[in-house]
Ligand binder design. Structure first.
Ligand code: FMN
Length: 340
């Protein structure tokens, strides 16, 4: 399978909705990933979730990430993911959130190689699309578990590995130690994707050069900031105008309402206002004003008023990128717990 650029948009629970993935593709990500979907949801219909995963052909190439610890259940979920049209099935061995690790899923599998390999081989046998794994370095600080496990996962059927070289205990503190990424690259003969602290083109180039990784993955730097993706791929680019920022935000809001429904979208979107409008783009009180509003129509009105030229930019974006034409709903719930 060919990925058109060496930049992958990270899976982020509570962030990587379809609107985020589509936007990532428009700004140059060669591959986008869904948030993690819960395989436990297959058997525990009552799990609290963010709704069901919606995917469409213009997101592709698309990886859908699944998590769980039972090989049979994971295989069943993987078949559903493949049927829904995903190009890759990604398995989460990185989630550090207690609710997930205590079930034996996510990062816990880094320290349970037998089970981890059992999951990967069951999933790889179940589907004909490539199976990939995303992992952390290990559970505890300083752990090098990923280096022992990586080659075994490849033997079990993983076609590519993504490493976020922080421990689960670290969560998002400290720095990603990409010397481990370099070591992993030297131990496996499949593409390795480097995740963690890729925030600029200079950083991406340094990580690619020093690790030998095939691609970088960008997560937090792209939150409310798809322009970072363009900068990483193309180099020096003009910062977006206020009109462009507002147009992208409103396009994102409208797409998210279609995806999650108005009620859920209203709460979901609040964190995005700061992400889009911060970075010196608008005065801080403006974001605070928007998060107080409970009607998205009012948020749009204030945004248009703050950047009147944005309506024309938005109209052009909506005409160029019509949405919702061939959406498929995957019968697997999006997990509210996420991380990796
Ligand atoms: C809010 C949030 C949610 C995340 N959810 C997931 C997830 O569902 N699956 C996963 O594999 N990684 C998840 N991650 C980890 C990211 O994919 C990425 O590996 C990590 O943030 C480091 O990259 P960055 O420094 O570019 O953000 C999440 C990260 C954040 C910040």
């Amino acid at each position: 399978m060919e990925i058109p650029t060496r930049l992958v948009l990270a899976p982020m629970a509570g962030v990587s909705v379809q609107a985020f993935r589509r936007q990532g593709r428009r700004f140059g990500a060669g591959l986008v990933c869904s948030e993690m979907v819960s395989c436990a949801g297959l058997h525990h219909g009552n799990e609290r979730t963010l709704g069901y995963l919606r995917i469409a052909s213009d997101e592709r190439p698309l990886a859908v990430q699944i998590f769980g610890s039972e090989p049979d259940v994971m295989a069943e979920a993987a078949r559903m993911v493949e049927d829904a049209g995903a190009d890759l099935v990604d398995v989460n061995f990185g989630c550090p959130v207690k609710k997930v690790t205590k079930t034996g899923a996510g990062a816990t599998l880094l320290e349970d190689p037998e089970r981890a390999c059992g999951v990967v081989s069951a999933v790889a046998e179940a589907v004909s699309v490539p199976v990939t794994v995303k992992m952390r370095r290990g559970l505890e600080n300083g752990s090098r578990a990923c280096l022992e496990l990586g080659p075994r996962l490849v033997e079990a059927g993983a076609s590519s590995l993504t490493l976020h070289p922080r421990s689960a205990r670290q969560m998002y503190t400290g720095e990603a130690d990409h010397s481990l990424t370099a070591e992993l690259v030297s131990r496996v003969d499949v593409p390795v994707i480097a995740s963690g602290d890729v925030t600029s083109r200079a950083r991406a180039q340094a990580i690619l050069a020093t690790t030998g990784a095939s691609a970088v993955m960008v997560g937090r730097a792209a939150q409310g900031n798809p322009w970072a993706l363009r900068e990483i791929i193309e180099g020096e680019t003009e910062p977006p105008t206020r009109e462009e920022v507002v147009a992208e935000l409103i396009l994102f809001m409208r797409a998210t309402v279609r995806e999650l429904g108005e009620k859920r979208a209203t709460g979901f979107l609040k964190k995005f206002y700061g992400w889009y409008l911060g970075r010196g783009r608008f005065p801080r009180p403006f974001k605070q004003e928007l998060v107080q509003l409970e009607v998205l129509g009012e948020v749009e009105e204030r945004l248009f008023a703050a950047a009147p030229g944005s309506a024309a930019v938005l109209a052009r974006l909506e005409a160029e990128h019509p949405e919702g034409e061939d959406d498929v709903l995957l019968d697997l719930p999006i997990s509210i717990y996420g991380g990796g």
